[in-house]
Design a protein. Structure first.
Length: 219
């Protein structure tokens, strides 16, 4: 089983990724700013094991220290009320930290939770070019632009973008997958539960199907 280091483990997406990893029996290192404040509700989830460590996704040296010895580094970092530009800083820090590790340049892999803003709508425009789009969507796009400049031979990265709507809900274990276009259903809706988004992310860790690519999923 891959050994996963997870940044953003206490966020909305991060907690679901953590649960899904533990459910499948993985060893997950939850990287947080304050280990003492990490909730103990994850104990006993699935057959996996959890280790909680201190780390900072915005610091390349911290990323390198945490990433060493892991197969995959996942970032579900959310800036929250902070500066949206931290998303670009985090992407640069993750790549820089992993790239600094000795040995095989393709390990550990990096899987980053992106945004929907850089996806194409059925009308052909990018979601982030619409009216009233929050700054965080544009910031996710800047982070993706940076990732696309990183040769996969140096760092084996993948970015997973959510659909237009993502919220906690039911884990069905099913989803539809695409690359750069917003996935919509027959009624024009683009959505997924956070639980199934986490399923898709862990599936990607197992399959390694989108190295050097961004992809997206939806119900």
């Amino acid at each position: 089983m891959p050994k996963i280091a997870l940044f953003g483990a206490t966020g909305t997406v991060g907690t679901r990724v953590l649960r899904e990893g533990l459910r499948r029996g993985y060893e997950v290192t939850a990287v947080v700013r304050d280990p003492a404040g990490f909730p103990d509700t994850m104990a006993g989830t699935g057959t996996g094991t959890i280790v909680v460590v201190r780390g900072d996704v915005l610091d390349p040296a911290s990323v390198a220290a945490v990433a060493a010895g892991h197969d995959v580094v996942v970032s579900a970092f959310e800036p929250g009320r902070g500066n949206p530009t931290d998303l670009l800083t985090a992407a640069e820090s993750l790549i820089g930290g992993v790239r600094s590790l000795p040995g095989d340049p393709s390990a550990p892999r990096v899987v980053i939770v992106g945004g929907a803003g850089s996806l194409r709508t059925p009308g052909g425009q990018l979601v982030r070019d619409g009216a009233g789009v929050p700054a965080v969507m544009r910031a996710h796009g800047d982070a993706l632009d940076f990732l696309r400049s990183v040769p996969v031979e140096q760092v084996r990265w993948t970015c997973l973008s959510p659909p237009a709507q993502i919220a906690p809900g039911e884990r069905t274990g099913t989803y539809r997958l695409w690359l750069d276009d917003l996935v919509v259903d027959e009624e024009g809706r683009s959505r997924i539960s956070t639980e199934d988004f986490a399923v898709a992310l862990i599936d990607e860790i197992e399959r390694d199907a989108h190295a050097g690519r961004r992809f997206t999923v939806a119900h």
